[in-house]
Design a protein around this ligand. Structure first.
Ligand SMILES: Nc1ncnc2c1ncn2[C@@H]1O[C@H](COP(=O)(O)OP(=O)(O)OP(=O)(O)O)[C@@H](O)[C@H]1O
Ligand SMILES: [Mg+2]
Length: 252
């Protein structure tokens, strides 16, 4: 990859293979994927159901381990870390947003946002948290509990929480999957703003071409392989690419 020498990658995998199970029932969820996620950019991962998107994200984020190949965060190959170091790296350098918002119901919005910092026993930067609260537009909801918020508002809390510790990279697995299109659009705008205005790195799995169009680049998986990349995606271009998968059984 010629860009590798000039582009700093916040995370990525090289020759990634992930096999679930063994023998007759083994599933090769990743079949030799090499992809870097450039720092300061918003990358979307797309592909048919079962193509390995979540597996790629989980392995790149250190939530799961590869069968072979390397996953890295910054310059750190995850396989060189013992469990304790991996836990610390995930805590300090990686943020997550999931389809189900996964907020703590008994904590307020403010407490949910600073939870990763509180768990780490650090205060973080007050200015940073303050700026985040404004970016996600939750200033007037800080003392509410998640049950008192709409789905879109809850996901915005989850986004703020993911960025609270200024991680190197935030991974989001279908963050708009449970939202109506307007709330989804707000969350996507938020992720885009974090990348463009706050110099963050986001990697997002999505099924939705409109969501993918918010990214700087889309990488396409099919049958556990990287089959295409698209710079400056539009919803129409992404939709056309997805149709080609359907027509050709996944392969381009
Ligand atoms: N824990 C597991 N045990 C066994 N097989 C698994 C496991 N997790 C995923 N798989 C299989 O690995 C393949 C890739 O799954 P993965 O969840 O990465 O797909 P995906 O692209 O995220 O799909 P979707 O769009 O439906 O979320 C699928 O065939 C899936 O059944
Ligand atoms: Mg998935």
């Amino acid at each position: 990859m010629t860009t590798a020498t000039t582009t700093r990658h916040a995370a990525g995998v090289a020759d990634a293979v992930k096999v679930y199970g063994s023998g007759d029932t083994a599933v090769r969820a990743l079949d030799g994927v090499s992809v870097g996620f450039p720092a300061g950019r918003f990358t979307a991962i797309m592909g048919p159901s079962g193509s390995g998107k979540s597996t790629l994200m989980h392995c790149a984020a250190g939530l799961d381990t590869l069968t072979s190949g390397v996953a890295f965060i910054g310059d750190t190959p995850l396989s060189t870390l013992d469990d304790r170091r991996l836990t610390l790296l995930r805590r300090d350098r990686v943020g997550f947003v999931f389809q189900a918002f996964n907020l703590i119901p008994t904590l307020t919005v403010a407490e949910n946002i600073t939870l990763p910092l509180d768990l780490a026993g650090t205060k973080g930067s007050r200015e940073w948290i303050d700026a985040l609260v404004d970016v996600v537009g939750l200033r007037d909801r800080l003392h509410h509990r998640p049950a008192e918020l709409s789905g879109g508002q809850q996901q915005r809390v989850a986004v703020a929480r993911a960025f609270a510790g200024r991680p190197d990279v935030v991974f989001a697995d279908e963050p708009t999957g449970n939202l109506d299109s307007r709330s989804g659009e707000e969350v996507l705008n938020l992720l885009g703003r974090a990348v463009r205005r706050m110099d963050r790195t986001v990697v997002m799995v999505t099924h939705d071409p409109v969501a993918a169009a918010h990214a700087d680049e889309v990488v396409f998986l099919a049958d556990g392989r990287l089959v295409d990349r698209m710079e400056s995606p539009t919803a129409d271009k992404v939709l056309d690419r997805m149709k080609a998968f359907d027509a050709k059984g996944g392969r381009s």
